[in-house]
Design a protein around this ligand. Structure first.
Ligand code: SAM
Length: 291
């Protein structure tokens, strides 16, 4: 058991930051957690066990990494800011199952990491994400098909709402459909802004995305379906026919699109925001067949 006191309180965080003369970098989305209850909820929500290899994105000063190290088999923490490395060396000194990699998570070959360190078995991702790259990180992990059991991540509260919402709601959009195609979203905790140092301007939520073993809908051409989804929500107030017809990414004329919608049992005046994932998949499959 580690001898050092945990970082998860404001006093300890301030102490370490002063000791190393660390300056928070806004450009890296640095808001460190200072609440032990929230940390415990994240670890429990992620379901981390000693069998797991966990990849943590952005360990900061190592606050959550300490908790992860105690619950997981191994932890690989990927941090972009080299100024945090000497701090992590001190705060994680007691844990021999943690490796820190100084790299941009968007550039790291995660498949290689999983192959080399976890024999290709699925990993868990746990992170208090840097908010400026929330979507590229999450979509990158899904689209690259890295072996992944779940990811439990802190995001802006409104982003968590978008991931969970369905047709006919204001939050429903391309992110909802993309996330739900790959995973089952579950909100583990709502987290007010005073649980961070410095305080962000927005409230946050921890969301667990459990990867589907296989997608809930059958799609012949995933790329085409996601092009359609993007086109539909880029021009949200337009009918789906017009949005698809205006999209440079989709090669199908207006009449063909109308025919496909009618075949799918939809009105030609329908908007994309009214359609379920099932219906997008159905239209993409029909379009794929006849175009
Ligand atoms: N995990 C810590 C905590 O909860 O207190 C810090 C979370 S802070 C919101 C986000 C962390 O991600 C920062 O440490 C930041 O430097 C790091 N970060 C930002 N962009 C990154 C990137 N592209 N790759 C890896 N880490 C990044």
């Amino acid at each position: 058991m580690p001898m050092t006191e945990k970082l998860s309180n404001p006093q300890k965080t301030i102490e370490i930051i002063k000791k190393y003369n660390f300056n928070f970098q806004k450009k890296f989305g640095q808001n460190f957690l200072i609440d032990a209850h929230v940390l415990q909820k994240i670890i429990a929500g992620a379901g981390v066990t000693k069998e797991d290899m966990v990849v943590e994105i952005g360990p900061g000063i190592g606050t959550m990494t300490q908790y992860l190290a105690e619950s997981a088999g191994t932890v690989v923490a990927v941090e972009i800011d080299k100024n945090l490395l000497p701090i992590l060396e001190e705060t994680l000194a007691d844990y021999d199952n943690v490796t820190v990699i100084n790299e941009d998570i968007l550039k790291l070959d995660i498949q290689k990491l999983v192959d080399e360190r976890n024999g290709g078995k699925p990993i868990k991702v746990v992170a208090n994400l840097p908010y400026y790259i929330t979507t590229p990180i999450i979509m990158g992990l899904f689209e690259s098909h890295v072996p992944l059991e779940n990811m439990t991540v802190m995001v802006q509260k409104e982003v968590a709402a978008r991931m969970r919402s369905g047709p006919g709601t204001k939050d429903y959009g391309a992110l909802s459909l993309a996330v739900q195609y790959y995973a089952d979203p579950y909100v583990v905790a709502n987290v007010p802004c005073n649980c961070f140092m410095p305080r962000p301007n927005v409230d946050s939520a921890v969301i667990r995305l459990t990867k589907h073993e296989k997608p809930p809908v059958y799609v012949e051409d995933e790329t085409l379906m996601f092009k359609m989804i993007r086109a539909a929500f880029n021009q949200r107030r337009k009918t789906l026919v017009n949005a698809l017809n205006n999209s440079p990414e989709i090669q199908a004329d207006k009449e063909l699109i109308q025919t496909v919608l009618i075949q799918a049992g939809l009105l030609p005046t329908v908007r994309g925001e009214a359609l379920t994932l099932d219906q997008f998949a159905d239209i993409a499959n029909r379009l794929c067949k006849i175009s």
